[in-house]
Design a protein around this ligand. Structure first.
Ligand code: NAP
Length: 329
């Protein structure tokens, strides 16, 4: 191999900007049953930054390579592997660490990915679109014409919620911080988009005239989730699956008692751990079908080669991004 095997690694938990280093690693030598993947693309998610900081729901054994989700192409096949060919694409197993150019992984851990989809979108297909799908399917039996409200509407999960919901005839109200997201979200199928500062939950309740929001989706926390709780209809479910603000979720007690609001949590990792392979396969086929037809597209802010991986991580941690930041191999 002519290209250097670079990796973004950390030896201790801390702020990504403080602890991540770009290192050169030896080219991996393959053991029995292993293949070597070359990184094609890997997004930088809030959970990647949380995992490096040591604040996420699970931790890596240190030292570790960053990157939870990514797409790789087979460049070498080890002995004892007959079903994998050079050039095929697979999800890079999370435990391997995606932010490295070449990585040896057990062929048994590989999850195949169609080759006809754009590498960047496919690299982002395993975490956020499935989360959006599960949020829409697993909590409330939503019917065409039903309403959902979410904050961080312009996040990758938020876009996927709009795109998947609009195909089902479900209407999504979005809260965002920046007005400039209104148009792109409407193009993605959003029914309504408000900035958090202009949003008035009582006005929304009135304008829906009793139709009622049946599902609220919260990945922000703080005051933002209170706005959602005040907007939803009686008996609605509010799912918390992220905490971008880092504050405890504020819950106005009266809504729990007088409006029968249910507050629950969701973690995609647990879903993957507890579901049979057949359910994962079915879900991923649905996601990849929607990507193939162009109905599921996450906006991309910038793509950086591994050599500029530290800049990529710094960019991913800034607000005002116009989508996902990705690292390519
Ligand atoms: N539970 C699960 O299994 C699961 C799975 C996937 C994702 N998630 C969570 O879902 C959330 C979205 O993930 P993603 O990858 O889709 O995110 P993303 O595309 O990286 O976007 C981050 C979003 O968070 C917003 N945000 C950041 N800081 C904020 C603050 N202080 N107040 C309000 N909004 C803020 C951003 O708004 P601006 O553009 O205005 O900065 C943006 O909309 C994250 O919390 C993530 O951890 C959870």
């Amino acid at each position: 191999m002519t290209d250097k095997n670079l990796a973004l690694r950390y030896e201790e938990n801390g702020k990504p900007g403080d602890v991540l280093r770009l290192e050169e690693l030896p080219y991996p030598s393959l053991g029995e049953g292993e293949v070597c993947l070359r990184l094609l693309a890997s997004p930088i998610h809030p959970s990647d930054l949380g995992m490096i900081a040591g604040t996420y729901g699970k931790k890596k054994t240190l030292p570790a390579t960053g990157g939870r989700e990514g797409l790789g192409e087979v460049v070498e096949v080890g002995s004892g592997v007959s079903w994998v060919k050079v050039g095929e694409r697979f999800r890079i197993p999370e435990g391997a660490g995606c932010w490295q150019r070449f990585v040896a992984v057990a062929a048994a851990d590989l999850w195949p990915v169609p080759k006809d989809l754009p590498a960047e979108q496919t690299a982002m297909s395993f975490v956020n679109p499935p989360t959006a799908l599960r949020l829409l399917e697993d909590f409330v039996d939503l019917q065409p014409g039903d309403w959902v409200i979410q904050n961080a509407g312009n996040s990758a999960v938020g876009f996927a919620v709009n795109q998947l919901a609009s195909r089902r005839g479900i209407k999504v109200v979005n809260l965002v911080r920046d007005e400039s997201w209104k148009e792109p979200l409407q193009e993605a199928g959003a029914e309504m988009v408000f900035t958090e500062s202009e949003f008035d939950p009582r006005e929304l309740r009135k304008s829906l005239s009793g139709a009622g929001l049946r599902l609220g989706l919260n990945s922000v926390g703080g005051n933002s989730v209170s706005q959602i709780i005040k907007s939803v209809g009686d008996g609605a479910t509010v799912v918390t699956f992220g905490g971008m603000v880092g504050d405890p979720v504020r819950f106005p007690t009266r809504y729990l008692i007088f409006n029968d609001i249910r507050l629950v949590g969701f973690w995609m990792d647990r879903w993957y751990r507890t579901q049979p392979k057949s359910a994962v396969k079915q879900m991923m086929e649905e996601i990849h079908r929607a990507q193939r037809t162009g109905h599921l597209q996450v906006p991309i802010d910038q793509t950086y080669p591994l050599e500029k991986g530290l800049e990529a991580v710094a960019r991913a941690a800034t607000s005002g991004r116009r989508g996902k930041v990705l690292i390519t191999g």
